[in-house]
Design a binder for this molecule. Structure first.
Ligand code: IPM
Ligand code: MN
Length: 348
């Protein structure tokens, strides 16, 4: 039995997450998987209602009782500070130690790629974004705030343990999936302390995997190269902030943010899966949000639960609906969120 915590969250999260659950239930019934769902009322409504962002007791239950979390999106114009999103999403990443943010950049249908002439064979990349340190820890401070002499410091934290485990996870994945190369990206030409640690750690870990070609690109060059020749990449490993930026670039390369999936993973422990897109308040409530990023995230969730083969099947099904043009508005179709999911289910 696997227990899945369901957090629709805000905006279109409330529309796409039920579709993700529907896909999971369909596969569970078909293949005899024992999946149990429990829904959690967390997000802007709850915060505005009673001030709750992320209860410690809930975090503890996720850690002790659950195998996976399916999250929609967080963000609401009524909560400009976004404090609930930080507590729920960043809180889960830190407190559950979800050190791998796994974000595939996979082109499923050439028509949706903004670079001319690229085919699905040219773009099958997985980004390993470090997810628990870097510039995201909040370490730093403000001094003389609001005065002309104000100083604001945001410190980047890089630990040997943290850098090594994400680099190792990238090589382990490349090894398992028979990928040819791992590209590490940093800014060690300008950031001489933390990124020197990345350089040394990358060389040491790479030496343990002589059959995988290691290479390095500064992150600015990586952005250029991803657009110029994505076919040169198999696995990319980078820090938290660079991974955030590069995977938004990657989301567009694969056909838009509506197709970008992600997993916040600690192997062997409860892990969180979410579409990369946000809550999209301008289209929320209309039933037109694209469910495909959630469907692909559900595929990653199933892989995490050990159900091999289903993620690839979901990818093929999403590829088929893209090819058939059975898609929502932002991809040029006219399907509703629910109808787009139905189209996927027909291909399973
Ligand atoms: C993401 C988001 C988050 C991040 C924000 C909401 C803090 O952009 O998951 O990519 O920067 O990690
Ligand atoms: Mn982001």
């Amino acid at each position: 039995m696997a227990k899945i915590a369901v957090v629709p969250g805000d905006g279109i999260g409330k529309e796409v997450v039920p579709e993700g659950v529907r896909v999971l239930q369909h596969l569970a019934a078909r293949d005899g998987l024992d999946l149990q769902f429990e829904s959690f009322d967390l997000g802007a409504d709850r915060y505005l209602d009673d001030g709750t962002t992320m209860p410690d007791a809930t975090m503890q239950r996720w850690r002790d009782e659950f195998d996976a979390i399916l999250l929609g999106a967080l963000g609401d114009p009524r909560v400009p500070s976004n404090v609930h999103a930080a507590d729920i999403l960043l809180g889960s990443r830190f407190k559950l130690d979800l050190f791998i943010n796994l974000r595939p950049i996979r082109l499923l249908d050439a028509r949706y790629c903004p670079i001319k002439g690229k085919t699905p064979d040219d773009m099958d990349i997985v980004v390993f974004r470090e997810n628990t340190e870097g510039l995201y820890t909040g370490i730093g401070g403000q001094f003389k705030r609001g005065t002309p002499d104000e100083v604001a410091i945001e410190a980047e934290m890089n630990t040997r343990k943290g850098v090594e485990r994400i680099i190792r996870a990238a090589f382990e994945y490349a090894d398992r999936q028979k990928k040819a190369s791992v590209c590490m990206s940093d800014k060690s030409n300008a950031m001489r302390h933390g990124h020197d640690l990345w350089q040394r750690t990358f060389k040491e870990v790479a030496a343990e995997y002589p059959h995988i070609r290691p290479f390095h690109l500064f992150v600015d060059v990586l952005c250029m190269e991803l657009v110029r020749a994505p076919e040169q990449f198999d696995v990319i490993v980078t820090n938290n902030l660079f991974g955030d930026i590069v995977t938004d670039l990657g989301a567009q390369l694969q056909g838009g943010i509506g197709l970008a999936a992600s997993g916040n993973i600690h192997p062997g422990r409860v892990s969180l899966f979410e579409p990369v897109h946000g809550s999209a308040p301008t289209i929320a409530g209309q039933g037109i949000a694209n469910p495909l990023a959630t469907v692909l995230s559900v595929g990653m969730l199933l892989t995490h639960l050990g159900h091999d083969g289903l993620e690839a099947e979901l990818q093929r099904a999403v590829g088929a609906v893209l090819e058939a043009g059975q898609v929502t508005r932002e991809l040029g179709g006219d399907l509703t969120t629910r109808a787009a999911t139905d189209a996927v289910l027909k291909h399973l």
